[in-house]
Ligand binder design. Structure first.
Ligand SMILES: *Cc1c(COP(=O)(O)O)cnc(C)c1O
Length: 311
């Protein structure tokens, strides 16, 4: 099945909270584009796949953590569009048994595990030339898939919104997707980002990505750093409960790493009367549902991890 952007419809969410505050909240279902190359990962890959073809490169090489949606998406895209794929994974080889990497392997991705120390130097040219010696020539997708072509693809999320709105919300990992959104909305729109990670480095990163665009052309944008729930792969009972209620009421699944945290943040801001009455908000469901299984796997106590002979 090919990724289908026309499936990323906009739906209105229902909650008594919105009526009280005279807010309308919509969700753009980027998660429906494809089950494995989901949401923003498809947007970020799309023009990179074209470029790899144009350069006559038949191998994609990229980097990621052991539960990475990007790794999952690249592996699935490689299978679908006939590229060989290599995933350089941060961590130990025993992670190959987790659901994300098992599926990536089934999709034909060759996995290469490196330590956190080596991973930190992954962009340096010596390391890249070692990889070229090992694998031959390849098209290099940066970690998280972020580059100019990824931002070009992310801009299309906005281009496909066919109704007026005041605020657009998006979860943030590396900042590539929100950069595309900031770069394409009307100046009158507010762009709100919800980082899944702790730390204030993201604002700078996004400013750098935006620097080719003259400041006076940009809309207002801001990051809400209070909804990461302790960090990247962290979850609390409160967040879990929120996601369960959301699923029951709207029949829409959120992922615990990104979209669950964003949506929790939006509801919290509405509760705190952050938005003026009459505000129309669009939240981007960036996908990432493949990660749910990995998340559950991580939380389960596993016998084999206690056995030092298992790698
Ligand atoms: C990767 C990912 C993000 C973060 O995107 P960035 O462009 O890295 O900021 C957000 N949501 C989901 C579901 C993702 O998989």
């Amino acid at each position: 099945m090919l990724p289908d952007e026309s499936k990323a419809i906009i739906q209105e969410l229902k909650d008594p909270l919105f009526k009280e505050n005279e807010i309308r909240l919509f969700i753009k279902r980027e998660d429906l584009i494809h089950p494995e190359i989901s949401g923003n990962k498809w947007r970020k890959l799309k023009y990179n796949l074209k470029e790899a073809r144009a350069q006559n490169l038949s191998t994609l090489l990229t980097f990621g953590g052991a539960f990475s949606n990007h790794i999952a998406a690249v592996a699935a895209a490689g299978k679908l569009f006939d590229f060989k794929t290599i995933g350089i994974i941060r961590g130990e080889e025993r992670a190959a048994k987790n659901p994300t990497l098992t599926k990536a392997g089934e999709n034909g991705m060759e996995l290469y595990f490196i330590s956190r120390e080596v991973y930190r130097m992954k962009s340096n040219s010596d390391f890249i030339s070692q990889l070229t010696k090992k694998y031959g020539s390849f098209y290099l997708l940066p970690e998280g898939g972020g580059n100019d072509l990824a931002i070009k693809g992310s801009r299309e999320i906005v281009a496909q919104i066919d109704q007026p709105f005041d605020v657009i919300c998006c979860p943030v990992g590396t900042g590539g997707t929100i950069t595309g959104i900031i770069a394409s909305v009307d100046k009158s729109i507010n762009v709100y980002g919800f980082p899944a990670l702790k730390g204030n480095f993201l604002k700078k990163d996004i400013e750098i990505l935006l620097s080719p665009i003259p400041g006076h052309k940009l809309p207002e944008w801001r990051l809400f750093n209070d909804y990461h729930f302790g960090g990247y792969a962290k979850i609390t009972n409160e967040l879990e409960g929120f996601m369960e209620d959301f699923k029951r009421i709207n029949s829409i699944l959120l992922d615990p790493v990104y979209t669950g945290k964003m949506m929790f943040g939006i509801y919290d801001l509405i509760k705190k009367d952050h938005f003026p009455k009459g505000t129309k908000i669009i939240a981007i469901h960036t996908g990432g549902l493949q990660g749910i299984e990995g998340f559950d796997y991580m939380k389960k106590p596993r016998q084999e991890l206690k056995n030092p002979n298992v790698v």
